[in-house]
Design a binder for this molecule. Structure first.
Ligand SMILES: Cc1cc2nc3c(=O)[nH]c(=O)nc-3n(C[C@H](O)[C@H](O)[C@H](O)COP(=O)(O)OP(=O)(O)OC[C@H]3O[C@@H](n4cnc5c(N)ncnc54)[C@H](O)[C@@H]3O)c2cc1C
Length: 316
């Protein structure tokens, strides 16, 4: 059995958690989903739509706000009771905070940042290595359960198998002993940053934009598409856009429905952060740029000629 740890905020399940359920469904093992915290009951009701054996909603004193101590104690209890073969978790800001602690608490292995699962005995997991230059097939040794986290964008939510009837939901009250952390406001609110990982459309600018004075052109296109603005690393290093808008191996990993790359060459460190996008459109004046190997649609042209025309067409 595979136990998927889902993440929710105010009762809303995030997309990365649905992706982790899709990963579990690809193994042909029975799947149980667990979700913790205030709002878990509402989240569990949504999660029950998936084709899974059961959904466990876990709440109780000490879980009102997320803390690594509280969530580790709660999930350790469910894992110990259910004894899954694997625990699947999406690799998000929150889970990377508690997942290693949870695995260590239970003295079990954790394999992080995987991009695929291969059915079989044992299950193997694809994990990018050396800045994604290699993709290793990894089988985990040692006693179960094995903990595995998945990169956002590795699985497509529209491949989720839904049940013919809602899965049973079980409410569990967790015994959370000690909570030593006092949580601050969540990352996003604290920094007033965008969460590109949840964006449906992204317009991303690279060095082809030439100068900070030209960023408003990309912003105009983003607004016309109701998209978030993002960038390659040189743009953020130069301070033309804030760091939280950087996509790539040292920035955010995104999985929008549409990723529009303006003057981005397609360096591997950028590509690992956006290759999970559903549709990739690239505009680059170099027809040989590596980004075109990845793009679903490409325009070999000058962004300063093409982008105004696209904006005009969108506004028409
Ligand atoms: C450890 C490490 C971590 C890194 N992490 C990241 C990361 O997280 N994210 C990231 O993005 N990079 C990262 N990098 C940097 C990465 O290697 C590349 O240098 C970077 O992605 C290149 O950005 P770019 O495509 O904007 O610029 P360039 O590679 O310079 O490409 C600019 C492109 O714009 C095109 N162009 C120029 N003018 C026009 C025009 N008028 N119209 C249309 N096209 C035009 C050019 O043909 C070219 O293809 C990292 C590097 C290292 C070593």
């Amino acid at each position: 059995m595979i136990l998927v740890i889902a993440e929710q905020k105010d009762g809303q399940v995030n997309r990365a958690s649905w992706e982790a359920i899709v990963a579990a469904q690809q193994t042909a093992e029975p799947v149980v989903v667990v979700v913790a915290g205030q709002g878990s009951a509402a989240a569990a009701a949504d999660l029950a739509a998936a084709q899974v054996t059961e959904v466990v909603a876990i709440d109780g004193p000490g879980l009102a706000q997320y803390t690594a101590d509280g969530f580790t104690a709660a999930y350790a209890q469910v894992v110990a009771e259910r004894q899954p073969a694997h625990v699947f978790i999406a690799h998000t800001y929150q889970t990377r905070d508690f997942a290693p602690k949870l695995a260590a608490r239970l003295d079990r292995s954790i394999l992080t940042d995987c991009t695929a699962v291969k059915a079989g005995t044992p299950l193997t997991f694809v994990r990018p290595m050396f800045q994604a230059k290699l993709a290793a097939d990894v089988a985990i040794e040692g006693p179960a359960p094995h903990f595995v986290t998945f990169q956002i964008g590795s699985f497509k939510v529209d491949e989720l198998a839904k049940g013919s009837a809602p899965a049973p939901v079980v409410a569990v009250s967790a015994a959370v002993d000690i909570v030593r952390q006092q949580p601050d406001a969540p990352f996003r609110e604290a920094r007033q940053a965008v969460d590109l990982t949840q964006a449906e459309r992204i317009v991303s600018v690279g060095r082809g934009i030439k100068a900070p004075e030209n960023i408003p052109l990309a912003k105009e296109l983003a607004d016309a598409l109701q998209a978030e603005l993002a960038a390659s690393r040189p743009i953020c290093d130069a301070g033309w856009l804030p760091m939280e808008r950087q996509v790539g191996s040292s920035g955010q990993t995104v999985a929008p429905k549409l990723y529009l790359a303006l003057g981005i060459s397609g360096a591997i460190q950028h590509v690992v952060g956006m290759k999970g996008a559903r549709t990739i459109v690239a505009i680059n004046k170099d027809a040989e740029a590596p980004i075109f190997e990845l793009a679903d649609y490409g325009i070999a042209g000058d962004i300063f000629e093409v982008v105004p025309q696209v904006i005009a067409a969108l506004k028409a």
